[in-house]
Design a protein around this ligand. Structure first.
Ligand code: FMN
Length: 394
């Protein structure tokens, strides 16, 4: 529990969740997370920006007491997801005059997800503003970062942007401000990979809007605050672009090593051809790491044996994840081994209808790979090399 000043009149009053291991049961969290919330004190009125997970209610309220907040006029809900709206019911009890400020869609979601009474909600649209006296809150809906109701809040007098999940990172740290470290950038990338990647087209548009505002500070709802917004804006420009890198990601699973031997041969052949390669054994790989590489990969190769006539469930899981993340990869292939028959290659293709990648010829072999099978793997490496060359990546 700790209150930190961001700038005079604006404090960080959120909480640090040091030990959380997973988020949304979708993403592994190696570094915990934070639920950021802020207080903006104007000369006449006070606003809170976002709240925290309900299980951290007590810490949040303690922070408000430490920050000497005895009245609240507005509680801005930039995003209705429970990690930011969970404390709203308690806060509305504690501050009976406070209004929740959100978009029309946010109102609908808050009423159903955290059971807020409609009468306590004030809805806002693009460019609407609320005066706090010497500070103003201006609202910009930015749907689909990463839910339909999301918005950001801007304080023009201080040029600070409360960007909610946009620019967030799951990183529990005692630093309230970015330290510019690789660790933070990796946490932000992991966050983008799993939460923002499918919406990168919209995000490119929103990056232009943020550039137009030219913020001095970006204060997201997870992870550190950026006093040099170019740091995170530059990373977001790269991650949200449609330009893949000279990278092949190979998530694979094997029961008796035939698929593993094929993957090993492919890895060596790609390295020989000057292509960066990341194999992930799905027996113990982190889905977050794979998702991060999907941001950059130009080619995805899934390796799997046939199990009960289809792909191994671990390969099916990664195909499903790939499909929902809609990565920018231009090429995909399936390699692996079967015993007597099945529809593994076709089934995997059908699991990824949202992947707009050209499917390269599979190398799907019976039993243990023989020399001619390994030659087919070399041919696949050549195919990938040619495609990467066509894209001026090698
Ligand atoms: C539980 C189980 C189910 C299997 N089901 C099939 C199947 O439906 N069709 C098939 O062709 N092979 C099936 N196989 C055989 C494997 O696909 C085959 O042994 C393959 O070579 C294993 O590749 P790996 O060494 O990479 O695990 C099955 C094997 C196991 C262990």
């Amino acid at each position: 529990m700790v209150v930190r000043e961001i700038i005079p009149g604006i404090d960080s009053v959120g909480v640090i969740d040091w030990h959380r291991m997973a988020f949304d049961n979708l993403m592994d969290l190696p570094d915990g997370t934070t639920y950021n919330a802020y207080v903006v004190r104007g000369s006449e009125k006070t606003a809170l920006i976002d709240t925290v997970e309900a299980e951290f209610d007590e810490e949040y309220v303690t922070n408000l007491i430490r920050a000497k907040i005895d009245s609240v006029d507005y509680i801005v809900a930039n995003h209705a997801e429970q990690d930011h709206s969970g404390s709203l019911p308690l806060l509305l009890e504690l501050f009976p005059m406070a209004k929740v400020v959100t978009t029309e869609k946010g109102k609908e979601l808050l009423c159903s997800l955290v059971l807020i009474e409609e009468g306590r909600i004030l809805t806002v649209e693009e460019n609407d503003s609320l005066s706090l006296g010497d500070k103003t809150l201006v609202f910009y809906p930015m749907p689909w970062v990463h839910w339909p109701e999301t918005m950001v809040t801007w304080v023009p007098e201080d040029r600070i942007l409360f960007s909610c999940d946009l620019f967030g990172s799951h990183l529990a740290t005692s630093d309230v401000f970015s330290d510019g470290s690789c660790r933070l950038h990796e946490a932000a990338k992991r966050y983008f990979a799993v939460i923002m990647q499918p919406f990168r087209g919209k995000i490119r548009t929103y990056l232009d809007a943020v550039d137009d505002l030219s913020p001095a500070i970006i204060a997201p709802s997870h992870g550190p605050v950026y006093c040099d917004p170019a740091e995170i804006l530059t990373l977001y420009r790269d991650w949200s672009s449609e330009e893949g890198k000279n990278l092949v990601v190979i998530p694979f699973v094997s029961m008796h090593n035939s698929t593993t031997w094929m993957v090993e041969r492919l890895v060596d052949a790609l390295i020989d051809r000057g292509i960066q390669v990341r194999p992930y054994d799905l027996g113990n790989a982190s889905p977050g790491m794979i998702a991060m590489d999907l941001i950059d990969a130009t080619t995805i190769v899934i390796g799997t044996p046939t199990v009960h006539f289809g792909p191994h469930p671990k390969a099916a899981h990664i195909a499903f994840l790939t499909n929902i993340l809609k990565p920018k990869a231009r090429y995909a292939a399936v390699i692996g081994s079967y015993g007597w028959g099945g529809k593994t290659v076709q089934a995997l293709g059908e699991m990824m209808p949202k992947l707009s990648a050209e499917m390269l010829s599979p190398v799907y072999i019976k039993g243990k790979p023989q020399e001619e099978d390994l030659v087919a793997i070399i041919n696949l490496a050549d195919e990938i090399y040619k495609r990467h060359q066509d894209n001026h990546l090698v």
